[in-house]
Each structure stands twice: as structure tokens, then as C-alpha cells.
Ligand binder design. Sequence first.
Ligand SMILES: NC(=O)c1ccc[n+]([C@@H]2O[C@H](COP(=O)([O-])OP(=O)(O)OC[C@H]3O[C@@H](n4cnc5c(N)ncnc54)[C@H](OP(=O)(O)O)[C@@H]3O)[C@@H](O)[C@H]2O)c1
Length: 333
Amino acid sequence: MTYTPDKTRYSNGMIYSYCGKSGLMLPKISLGLWHNFGHADSFEKSKDIIHCAFDRGITHFDLANNYGPPPGSAEENFGKIFKEDLSAHRDEIIISTKAGHAMWDGPYGDGSSRKNLISSLDQSLKRLQLEYVDIFYSHRYDGITPVEETMQALIDIVKSGKALYVGISKYPPHLAEKAYKILESQGVHCLIHQDRYNLFSRDVEKGTLYTAERNGVGFCAFSPLAQGLLTDRYLNGIPDDSRVAKNGFLKKEQVTPEKIAIIRRLNDMALKRGESLAQMSLSWLISDIRVTTVIVGASSVNQLINNLGTLESPTLSEEDLKSIRTIVEMNHF
Ligand SMILES: NC(=O)c1ccc[n+]([C@@H]2O[C@H](COP(=O)([O-])OP(=O)(O)OC[C@H]3O[C@@H](n4cnc5c(N)ncnc54)[C@H](OP(=O)(O)O)[C@@H]3O)[C@@H](O)[C@H]2O)c1
């Protein structure tokens, strides 16, 4: 059946905010395609989730060269769905991809070299069947490549027209600051810093958020639900269709009784507030104005709809924030 986007998609409650000091707005909730969109997954289900996202005002889809499994297949699937159903809406959509983690054999398929970034983006554009992406990221600092080399590659990519904006991901704050300055010195502003941020992983509070804000760089939080832990998913054991059971990046060893005890307390608090734990966890992130967008993952349309419900969540008061902090700090893991 031909897909027709919902005409009310921009009047259904999605909030858009400017990304740092740029003129680009991003939706508060974006969709990430790390898990659940590869050849190993149901193509029809992936398509339904992407349609639902666009219908509800999600204009930002986050990919990387290696998303799948197998690596590259999330870009291939997204490219196919985009071409068939969304290409008429290209100018309404922000597509991001990244390079920097292991992707192909030999010395050039991994890391943050100019060779890797430029070749990888060319491969991504073929898989996505696009002429350009909106945001291209250096996926990580690899510990060896000088930041100057990686940033020069990003600058040249913008100048070549293959990406409209660039960003960095998981750079430690002092190198992020260096990267922002190198880019700026050649007239390319770093649009966004992407890093892990959720109630269980708060390292970015030690410098990344501050550095990004000071440099007018937006911040996007990945794994905002701690890969599903910050939901009701694991409260009664490990479901067969979950990321843990499917041997994704979330491992059984991470689902400890101590963690479940904390999740249960958070879940009770969320239910008392009349929302799901996923919604309260996302609200906690969104309540920080430095967070431009949260990139959620979803293995079903229902999960995505549930996450979008966050936009109607009751505001978290100072007292609520204190209670949440007390619960998550019950145990350090
Ligand atoms: N830059 C980087 O290095 C980096 C690293 C990681 C991720 N990312 C980006 O961030 C995106 C999101 O990461 P993530 O998938 O780990 O995010 P997440 O939102 O923390 O976790 C998504 C998982 O949580 C579960 N879930 C989601 N909504 C739910 C709900 N309402 N109720 C119950 N369970 C729910 C699902 O697990 P089940 O599959 O078990 O159902 C889903 O697959 C990625 O797709 C990627 O774009 C970037």
C-alpha cells in the first residue's frame, strides 16, 4: 500500500528546538537505527516504525555506517524505505550518519583517519541512495589520529557538499573543545556533540555538556533509555524478543538484581506520576535545556508511541528530580 504521511504531523505536539547556536531545529525526540533496522530484522516492522516516526513529527533519523546487523544494512534498509516513501519529503528530513568504528577489512576500515571518513561517507551515500547527508559525524576519537586530521576531513566533507553539517561523538571534553576550535577556524561550525546520557550514565555532566554549551554546539543524548533498562522491559525477567535475548549490545550481566531493584523503584515513581518509566526517563533528559534531542531506539511501533508520550508528561518538579537522584544513587554500578 502506498504510504501517505499524516498531514497533522507538525501539529501533534512535537517540540523542535535550535541545535546550539545554529539555525537548524531538531525534534526533541529523534529515532536511532542502531538496532532493529538491519537485514536480521523484519523489514516491514522497520518500515512501520519509520512511518510512525515521520507521522508524529520526528524529522531526524540517526544512522552510522556499521548499524545492522550485518553492518551497513540499516543504511541499506533506510535508503530503500526513504526512496520509496519519503523522498518527496527530503527537505523535511535530517539524516545523519557516522564513521569511526570497525567497518571493513584492512588498515583503513576503522578509526578516525581522513581515509576512513571520506571513503566511508561515499559508501554510506551509496547504501542510503542519497546525494548528501544532513549531518556527518566522526563517530569517536580513536586515540591515535590527530584531531586536526579528522577535523580537516570533516571540513572538506562539508565543502564538498556531501554533508550539510558535521558533528562529533564521544570525544572527551578537552578534545571536543579542540575540535570545535579547529572547525570554527575554517568557517565550519560543529553542529552537535552526540554522547551517551541517561539516568544510569551521567559522565557527560562532568564536562561534555558544559563544553558544548559554551561553544554553541548542540547536544544529543544516545541510549537515553540505557538500551531498554530504563523501561519496564526487564522487570519480570528477560523477554525472548529483547535486546539482551537477541544478543545485542546490552548484556545479560548488566541486568543485575541490584539494578532491577532501582528500576523497580523508578518504575513505581513513574506509575504514581501517571506515566511509563520510559517517559519519565526521557522527561528527565529533556528537562535539561542543554539537551537538544534524545535519540531513542525502538523495536516496535508501540514502544515508539509510548516514548513520544513523553511530550505530554507532567513537568518534573525540583522535588521529583531530587527523588529520582536519590533512587539512582542508591547503588553505584
Ligand atoms: N554515537 C554513538 O556511539 C551511539 C552509540 C549508541 C547509540 N547511538 C544512537 O542512539 C540511538 C538509540 O540508542 P539505543 O537504541 O541504545 O536507545 P534506547 O532508547 O536507550 O534503547 C532502545 C531500546 O529500548 C527498548 N525500548 C525503547 N522504548 C521502549 C518502551 N517505551 N518500552 C519498553 N522498552 C523500550 C527497546 O529494546 P528491545 O529491543 O529490547 O525491545 C529498544 O530497542 C541508536 O539507534 C543510535 O542512533 C549512538
